[in-house]
Design a protein. Structure first.
Lengths: 295, 438
């Protein structure tokens, strides 16, 4: 007992004071806006905010009466799962090879990190240019090889386009974390396995991947949040939710209703719904996926 | 020694230049959405006004696209630092009208300033759109356009068509498109602003209702009616053209605009405000013509409807700002400035005096086609053609985009798509009516 040395704050104010700056930042930039969103979701306002009335759950009722809103849950699920799964898989692959690369590793790493500095809307425009049916380089090449690329009217192609743009934008972030994770795996473990005769593929699955699981789990949570909240700029620039509503994911409708249609109440109600979905998803991930993680 | 005295005299001069004006200039903030050549035009207008007098200084700031400018204005108003003047596109008109506390009617601003102001001098199809049912002008018409037809004369010639004869009817458009395609053109016909050109203007042009209550001009309880037989027939015709590759869909809003001056598409319906761009960038002979119509429809062609934007005066500013705004608007609507703007941009002249001045200058004779848009608008309007002013119009246009895309993709018939668009659009109108009970 005596050997254990514990630091105890004498005054209860000191720990609070030390926490205060961080708490203030979170309070102002997260809790306050979030609380305001919840409040606004029960209100109806004109665009300029000159008149406000409480409408109870009417905003929510309107949403669930709208069939296209229900359908956009499916669209969002396809989009988010694709972005998270393929985004993580591709970055892991790239990080694994970049980590093994002997020559020019720094060049590879720098180039792979680059896209992270690109704003989502710009990413959307870049991909749009490559795939624009009439002028896009890739669309031209596709047409030459017999694929009629027209994401303006083909919903599956439009979905593919925004998924690719969203993944590309996020790969750098994932890549950085995987690279850091890989460099913390002791080389001796892998060398020992190699001496025992394990081939690279087996070494990856039995040693590297399990040891990376905390990173992978962290990135899974982050990527789901990214796909749910941070991708409206890509959708707006590349497809505007079209054709029809085929790429109108939930967060795009939040952006559209709030910033273009100026319906703040309806937009706030949708934000509350997305927030709840992400909270539930994160809790589920911690409850079920985290059990498989080795720290 | 000499340098010392030079510095002294320079600093004296500097002090003098700061103190000489007897009274400070009042700064008038104007937020707008005009980029590229149109942005240069706005800057020239402001410079012209600022050089013309000493009391006020207008500062024009580009705030992004139309929706972005409106959102910026709203956010600023909520934070209490709104600009004096906000440019708002026609789709946002009903929203602005409903926000009574946020704006000052232009009619009132002009009356209070004591400057001479005659609303009847404005082109009625333009000013009428921005006027309240009680006759008060609410915003200042600024860049007003309408929908016109562009065609590539060189492509017409290559296809064996008469380049001096623009297709007058939709049947002729389809025939011309077929010939263009046969001559190897990949995009015979396309359109920008599909709702505006193919449903809104289309309905007014044939004197058919787009929505009840005089297309919403008569009150918030209007409901959509653009799923009538004529509109269904037209969308069906376009669908047939799309199937044969004669009409190529190029995306929402004005995404198709670039395909005409680049030569990619040979015929396009779009805004008259595109003319300046075409003039500057098209490397071929082009022609401008009135919108095509169906000749078997009685009363067609009637007139087309307005697009573009107007200038709204925001509330909560000191009195001398409003005097400045009035003086600036007075400058903007003078026949000389108006006529100059019209010639430069292709936007409509907003006063009859400006139109006459342009005519007298011989501009229309030297630039055939420049008067197409004006002639489509300066006509006696009917209750069905005066204009379309609906709440949540932005959403309604997006709904129309979404449903029509199903038609071009072959997933829905014209009738199904229009019925669905009307039903979904009406939900938006009901919502707007509920939120804006006056």
């Amino acid at each position: 007992m005596a050997a254990e040395k514990r630091v105890v704050f004498r005054s209860p104010w000191l720990p609070l004071a030390l926490l205060a700056p961080q708490a203030a930042v979170i309070g102002v930039f997260f809790f306050w806006p979030a609380a305001q969103t919840v409040m606004q979701s029960f209100q109806q306002q004109d665009a300029f905010g000159t008149s406000t009335s409480w409408v109870g759950v009417e905003n929510f009722v309107h949403l669930f009466q709208d069939r296209s809103y229900i359908e956009s849950f499916k669209t969002t699920a396809i989009f988010s799962v694709s972005v998270a799964v393929f985004g993580i898989a591709i970055s892991l692959l790239l990080a694994y090879f970049a980590d093994r690369a002997i020559r020019g590793a720094l060049v590879y790493k720098t180039l792979l990190i680059w896209p992270y500095a690109v704003a989502p809307a710009v990413a959307g425009v870049l991909w749009l240019f490559m795939f624009a049916p009439s002028i896009g380089v890739v669309a031209y090449a596709l047409r030459k090889s017999g694929i009629d690329w027209n994401h303006l009217l083909n919903g599956d192609q439009a979905m593919l386009l925004i998924i690719m743009a969203a993944i590309w934008k996020q790969i750098s972030y994932n890549f950085l974390f995987f690279l850091a994770g890989l460099s913390s795996i002791p080389k001796s473990l892998i060398e020992a396995a190699a001496i025992d005769g394990a081939k690279p593929w087996r070494r990856f699955w039995t040693i590297v991947f399990p040891l990376l699981s905390p990173t992978t789990f962290f990135l899974l949570v982050i990527n789901i949040v990214y796909a749910f909240f941070d991708t409206f700029g890509i959708v707006d620039a590349a497809t505007e939710g079209g054709p029809g509503k085929d790429t109108a994911i939930l967060v795009y409708k939040v952006y559209y209703d709030g910033f273009k249609a100026l319906d703040l109440g309806g937009s706030a109600a949708q934000s509350v719904i997305i927030m709840s979905i992400v909270v539930v998803l994160t809790v589920l991930q911690f409850k079920f996926v985290e059990k498989k993680v080795n720290y | 020694m000499q340098s010392k005295s030079l510095i002294a005299s320079l600093s004296l001069a500097a002090i003098a230049s700061f103190t000489t004006p007897a009274h400070a200039q009042v700064e008038i903030q104007w937020w707008h959405a005009m980029s590229g050549p149109l942005g240069e035009w706005v800057n020239d207008l402001v410079k012209g006004y600022n050089d013309s007098q000493k009391d006020y200084k207008v500062v024009a700031t580009y705030k992004g696209t139309y929706p972005e400018t409106l959102t910026a204005g709203i956010a600023a108003f909520r934070a209490g630092n709104q600009p004096d003047i906000l440019q708002v596109f026609e789709v946002g008109t009903a929203t602005m009208m409903a926000s009574k506390g946020a704006i000052v009617p232009v009619g009132k601003v002009m009356k209070d300033s004591g400057l001479k102001f005659d609303p009847s001098g404005y082109v009625s199809a333009v000013a009428g759109y921005y006027t309240a049912p009680n006759g008060q002008m609410l915003s200042m018409p600024f860049n007003s356009s309408t929908t016109i037809f562009y065609y590539n004369k060189d492509a017409f010639k290559a296809a064996g068509l008469d380049p001096e004869k623009a297709p007058k009817t939709w049947a002729e458009v389809a025939l011309a498109a077929a010939k263009l395609k046969a001559s190897g053109h990949a995009c015979p016909f396309t359109t920008s602003w599909i709702s505006w050109t193919q449903l809104e203007s289309f309905s007014a042009w044939h004197n058919v209702e787009f929505a009840t209550k005089g297309n919403g001009m008569g009150g918030n309880d209007a409901r959509l009616t653009f799923n009538g037989p004529l509109q269904v027939r037209h969308i069906q015709d376009l669908e047939n053209m799309a199937k044969q590759g004669l009409f190529v869909y190029k995306g929402r809003e004005n995404k198709a605009d670039t395909t005409f001056p680049s030569g990619e598409c040979a015929m396009l319906t779009g805004s008259a405000g595109l003319l300046g761009n075409v003039k500057k960038n098209a490397k071929f002979n082009y022609g401008v013509a009135p919108l095509p119509y169906y000749e078997d429809v009685a009363g067609a062609p009637q007139n087309t409807v307005i697009g573009g934007a107007s200038l709204w005066v925001m509330s909560g500013k000191p009195a001398d700002h409003y005097k400045g705004v009035a003086s600036f608007f007075n400058y903007l609507s003078s026949p000389e400035v108006q006529s100059e703007s019209h010639k430069r941009t292709g936007y409509l002249p907003i006063t009859t005096a400006a139109f006459k001045l342009t005519e007298q200058s011989g501009f229309y004779k030297q630039n055939p086609g420049a008067d197409v848009a004006v002639n489509q608008m300066i006509r006696k309007t009917t209750d069905k053609s005066r204009g379309i002013r609906l709440g949540n119009f932005l959403q309604i246009r997006t709904i129309i985009d979404e449903e029509l895309e199903q038609v071009w993709a072959g997933k829905a018939t014209a009738k199904q798509a229009l019925d669905k668009a009307v039903a979904r659009g009406n939900e938006q109108l009901e919502k707007f009516q509920a939120a804006n009970k006056s």
